[in-house]
Every structure is written in structure tokens, then in C-alpha cells.
Design a protein around this ligand. Structure first.
Ligand SMILES: [Zn+2]
Length: 261
């Protein structure tokens, strides 16, 4: 049984860090946090680079066009074989018709032989007609498929050109990002180099555990967690000497008091 519990809110977590730093140095922690936010924004932009997404899309289109071209080419090759077979069948039928006709023309055949030959000539004529119709149909399909191969090939060439442009655009965007990262890192190193080691270590711990190293107190709101702090926390933050390094009782981030705090 805890007799002291009487519905009061728990006391605010300790906000003093037992570290002291000149208020101006504390404000530099916020500059450092701004640089860290800029750096993580740049890292995020690199992950989500629109120029890379555009390139990925073009490469996917190219893969699909190349697959279509390959499929159509295989079909054209199959048709080439079927057409060659039909042509050779047709040639055999025509040869047979010619030899039957000359046999019939030469005469000297029995009536039965003549009837059989005439009958065969009739069926050879029908067969030739069918083969010619089949050949015409395959020729038509061949032209259509060849046009598909041509079209897909043109698309692949067009996409190759667009991919080359997209690659250089992506490379320019990446190089710009690298420049921005290099500049921000140099600025960060300069800023960090001017801070005392223990203060920087505290900032780093805050950044690692809360994701943000330091933030300002804006009125009674911590700008790191966007929480409005309770009255007792705010008054203890305000009551702390200006050179006391304090943290937010809600998120644990170093809070820097400014003119608007
Ligand atoms: Zn906070």
C-alpha cells in the first residue's frame, strides 16, 4: 500500500542532465540536429530517387519489348519451317501432276489406266489448290509476325536510347546528391568539432535512442516529440539555469531553450 498515491500525476522525469554548457553552445546542438535531419533527408532521397524509378520503369518496359520480339522471332522461325515444308509438298504435287499429264498425253494406255490417271489428276489439282491456299495463309501470318518483330525491335531501340538518357539523368541526380551529402558532412564535422566532447556524446546518445539529438522548446512544446509539456516540467525547465543542459521528460531529447521558450 502506497499511502502517498492520491491521484496526482507522476512527477515529471528528471530533466537535468548534470551537464552544463554555455547557452550558445546548446543552440549549436540544434544546428547540428538540423544538419542531421538534412543528411537523413538526403539519404532518404537517395533511396527514393525519382530518376532511378524512371530508369527502372524503362528497363522493365525494355525487358517486356525484348521478350515480345524474341517470342515473335521464334514464331517467324516456326513459320519459315512450315512454309518450306508446304512449298516442297507443293512442288512434289506439281511434279506428279506434270508427269501424270504427260503420261496421259502420250497415249497408249488402257481405258482403266486412263481413268485412274484422270482421277488422280483431279485429286492432285484439289490438293494443289488446298496447299496454295494454306501457303497464302501462312505467308500472310508471316508478314504480320515479321511486322511484330520489326515493331518490337524498334521499341527496344527506342527504349535503349531513352534508357541511355535516363542513366545520365540518374547519374547527374546522384552526383548532385553526393555533393550535397559531402557539403553537409563537412559542415557537420565543422560544427561537431567546435562542441565539447561530453556534450557531443550526450547529443549522440540522444540521437541514437530518440532519433533526434537536440530540439528547441517552443513555448511549452518540445519540437522533437511535438508534445505540450505539463506545467511542472515547463517550470522546472524554465527554472533551470541557462547553462544547465536539460532533456524533454517525454522523449528524452536534449531541449534547448530559446527566446520563444
Ligand atoms: Zn520531447
Amino acid at each position: 500500500m502506497d499511502g502517498r498515491r492520491g491521484g496526482r500525476a507522476p512527477a515529471a522525469a528528471v530533466v537535468l542532465t548534470s551537464m552544463k554548457a554555455d547557452p550558445q553552445l546548446q543552440r549549436r546542438l540544434v544546428d547540428l540536429a538540423d544538419l542531421d535531419i538534412r543528411l537523413s533527408g538526403l539519404a532518404h532521397r537517395r533511396q527514393e530517387l525519382p530518376e532511378q524509378a524512371a530508369l527502372d520503369e524503362l528497363e522493365a518496359e525494355r525487358r517486356s519489348a525484348a521478350e515480345s520480339a524474341a517470342r515473335a522471332s521464334i514464331q517467324v522461325e516456326d513459320l519459315d519451317r512450315a512454309i518450306a515444308k508446304l512449298k516442297s509438298d507443293l512442288q512434289a504435287v506439281r511434279k506428279r501432276r506434270a508427269s501424270d499429264s504427260s503420261m496421259l498425253g502420250a497415249g497408249g494406255l488402257s481405258e482403266r489406266q486412263s481413268t485412274e490417271l484422270e482421277y488422280e489428276l483431279g485429286s492432285l489439282a484439289r490438293r494443289e489448290e488446298n496447299l496454295e491456299a494454306e501457303l497464302a495463309e501462312l505467308d500472310e501470318r508471316h508478314s504480320a509476325l515479321s511486322a511484330d518483330v520489326q515493331h518490337s525491335g524498334d521499341m527496344v531501340s527506342d527504349l535503349d536510347a531513352r534508357i541511355a538518357t535516363a542513366v545520365s539523368e540518374r547519374d547527374v541526380a546522384l552526383a548532385d546528391l553526393e555533393d550535397a551529402v559531402t557539403a553537409a558532412l563537412a559542415e557537420r564535422a565543422r560544427e561537431a568539432g567546435e562542441l565539447p566532447e561530453d556534450l557531443l556524446a550526450l547529443y549522440t546518445r540522444s540521437a541514437e535512442s530518440a532519433g533526434v539529438g537536440a530540439a528547441t522548446l517552443n513555448g511549452n512544446r518540445c519540437t522533437a516529440c511535438a508534445m505540450d509539456l505539463d506545467r511542472s516540467s515547463v517550470s522546472s525547465l524554465r527554472a533551470a539555469a541557462a547553462d544547465e543542459v536539460v532533456t524533454c521528460p517525454e522523449c528524452g531529447v536534449i531541449v534547448v531553450r530559446t527566446a520563444t521558450s
